[in-house]
Design a protein around this ligand. Structure first.
Ligand code: FES
Ligand code: FES
Length: 159
């Protein structure tokens, strides 16, 4: 019989008890078991940032992270950011500025931005660049993304 482990953690505010193969990654669990497909699989090698989620508030790539590494922690995915009837201000700012082209990188970008803005509500340019350094976008050239981050920061500070 195949070995399983039990991993308990908080996923988007809800307690989860996962009985899984000890080798399963957080990304595979999110996408294949929870069907939270907003977290993308761009490379599976820790390079592109499409798989970014928040682990205890820290932007973290999930594609090589074993699920058992998040035991007892809080995991937040892009699905946890917005309510069905209302986008998160970061999502709204990305749309308002036109910082989305194909959109594949966007959930990971938004997660990285959320982690940064929670710590730096009034970020300087260097903090924005640092926050996005692990997120690759092949479409936008980043200028609009940085503008969207500045707008989101303003909207969060002055709702
Ligand atoms: S899918 Fe994880 S870094 Fe690319
Ligand atoms: S919008 Fe296409 S990869 Fe970023």
């Amino acid at each position: 019989m195949k070995k399983t482990v039990v991993v308990r953690f908080i996923l988007n505010g809800e307690e989860v008890e996962a009985r899984v193969d000890p080798e399963i990654t957080l990304l595979r669990y999110l996408r294949d078991v929870q069907r939270l497909t907003g977290t993308k699989n761009g490379c599976s090698t820790n390079h592109c940032g499409a798989c970014m989620v928040l682990v205890d508030g820290i932007p973290t790539k999930s594609c090589l992270l074993r699920l058992n590494r998040v035991a007892g922690k809080k995991v937040e995915t892009i699905e946890g950011l917005s309510k069905p009837e209302e986008l998160h201000p970061i999502q709204a700012a990305f749309l308002a500025i036109g910082a989305v082209q194909c959109g594949f990188c966007t959930p990971g970008m938004i997660i990285s931005v959320k982690g940064m803005l929670d710590r730096h509500p009034e970020p300087i340019a260097e903090q924005i660049r640092e926050a996005l350094k692990d997120n690759i976008c092949r479409c936008t050239g980043y200028v609009k993304i940085i503008d969207a981050v500045k707008l989101a920061a303003r909207w969060i500070r002055h709702p």
